[in-house]
Every structure is written in C-alpha cells, then in structure tokens.
Design a protein around this ligand. Structure first.
Ligand SMILES: C[S@@+](CC[C@H](N)C(=O)[O-])C[C@H]1O[C@@H](n2cnc3c(N)ncnc32)[C@H](O)[C@@H]1O
Length: 213
C-alpha cells in the first residue's frame, strides 16, 4: 500500500480539510487526496507552484486552521525544532498521519543487503535514487532525528491509532523486485524494517486554537 492509500485509509470521509507538510517538489499525496474530494493545502519550501501548494515551511505557515488531519511523508525526522513543530501540528489538527524513516535502525545485515542490491542494480545499468554507501550517507545526515526521539515527541502529543513497520529501501533502490525482496527478508528477520507508518489522535491535553473559539 503506498502512502496515499494509507492516508486515505486513515481519513474520515470528505468533506475534510487536510494539511500536507513537506510535500516535496513532486507534490506528495495532495493530488490524490484532492481527487478523493478532500480540501487540501500542501506546503514545502520546494513545493510546486500552484494551489493547493504553498512554498512555505511549517514554521512560516500562517493559516490558522483548523484542519481535520495532517499528513507528512518522510518529513518529521528532518525538522530541527521537532517539539515546536509538533505543538503547531497538534494545534492545527486532531489527527496525524505519517510515513517515516527509522534510519538509525539499520543494522549490519540490513546495510549489507541494501548496498549489495545497489551494486547489482548499477551493474545491470540502472541508477538507483539512493546512495551507494550508507556510512557516507549517515555522515552527511548526522542531524536527522532517530526513531526513538521522533516517537517520544509524537507520543507526548498524540495517542497511537495505528502503527506498522515496513520496508523503506525499495524506494531508494527502485529495482523491479526491490519491495517484495525487502518485504520477504524482513518477514524472515534477515534484515530490519526501517520504514514505518503511524496514525495518531491528538491527546486531549493538547488544545487547538479552534477548541477555544
Ligand atoms: C524526503 S523529502 C519528502 C518529500 C515527499 N513528502 C515525499 O515523500 O516524496 C522531505 C521534505 O520535507 C521538507 N521539509 C523539511 N522540513 C520542513 C519544514 N520545516 N516545513 C516544511 N517542509 C519541510 C523538505 O523541503 C523536503 O521536501
């Protein structure tokens, strides 16, 4: 299931107002949610030009909400002031839907599998999106939040409604069988899952501006 289908499976039926944070230059899941009848605002400093996109960071966003849900794909582990960002998201919407990357859960067999797949694909004439060398990648991304930090900050504000570990490297590899191979190896416990999906509901102690109107 891709992230758009996951998000759709967690959302209540439209009409609903949805905020996508960190939609990226490709536009994220906003078009799929809009096609399904949701009223969407999607933000990212690298967002496409036209509505429903706005080229702003979450910190710059001046829309007071309320939204019915926030969706964010592979974004929160990048956000520096994570607690402040999550306070803002929890104030804007009662539901948080995430597609995320537990990069610090890569162990030796997982790294070894990924790098060997990368080499095989390159030898076969493909150009995987992801890096060839994960140690070098980690050195360049020392500022990312590890899974446990992200979970602690999310759990302080939201109650988990759904969670699943899942493959992640297949997106970087892009080979014809990368996803099924990664899934099979995770099921056999030969490598670790480093992707996860999460849906959570705002804890009652976190009040939104809309609640006090
Ligand atoms: C790995 S990309 C993911 C893009 C897209 N969601 C996807 O899954 O393909 C992370 C994105 O988060 C955005 N981002 C990081 N910090 C952000 C912030 N504070 N506010 C809004 N977007 C942010 C970056 O600009 C980048 O486009």
């Amino acid at each position: 299931m891709d992230f758009k289908d996951y998000a759709l499976s967690q959302l209540a039926a439209p009409p609903q107002r949805i905020l996508e944070v960190g939609c990226g230059h490709e536009g994220g899941v906003a078009p799929a949610l809009a096609s399904a009848g949701y009223d969407v605002l999607a933000i990212d400093p690298d967002a496409p030009d036209d509505p429903p996109y706005r080229r702003v960071t979450l910190e710059e966003l001046d829309d007071p909400g309320p939204f019915d849900a926030v969706v964010a794909g592979r974004v929160l582990h990048h956000v520096h002031l994570l607690g402040t960002a999550l306070d803002k998201l929890a104030a804007l919407a009662p539901l948080l839907i995430l597609d995320e990357f537990a990069w610090n859960h890569m162990d030796e067999p997982t790294v070894g599998w990924y790098e060997s797949q990368h080499r095989l694909l390159v030898a076969a004439g493909r150009e995987p999106k992801g890096p060839a060398d994960l140690a070098e990648w980690r050195a360049r991304h020392a500022d990312l939040h590890p899974y446990e930090t992200l979970r602690a900050e999310v759990d302080a504000r939201y109650e988990q409604r759904h969670f699943e570990w899942r493959p992640y490297f297949y997106r970087w590899l892009g080979g014809p069988a990368s996803e099924s191979l990664e899934e099979g190896l995770i099921a056999a416990e030969a490598i670790r899952p480093i992707g996860f999906r999460y849906a959570g509901v705002r804890r009652e102690t976190v009040r939104s501006p809309a609640d006090s109107r």
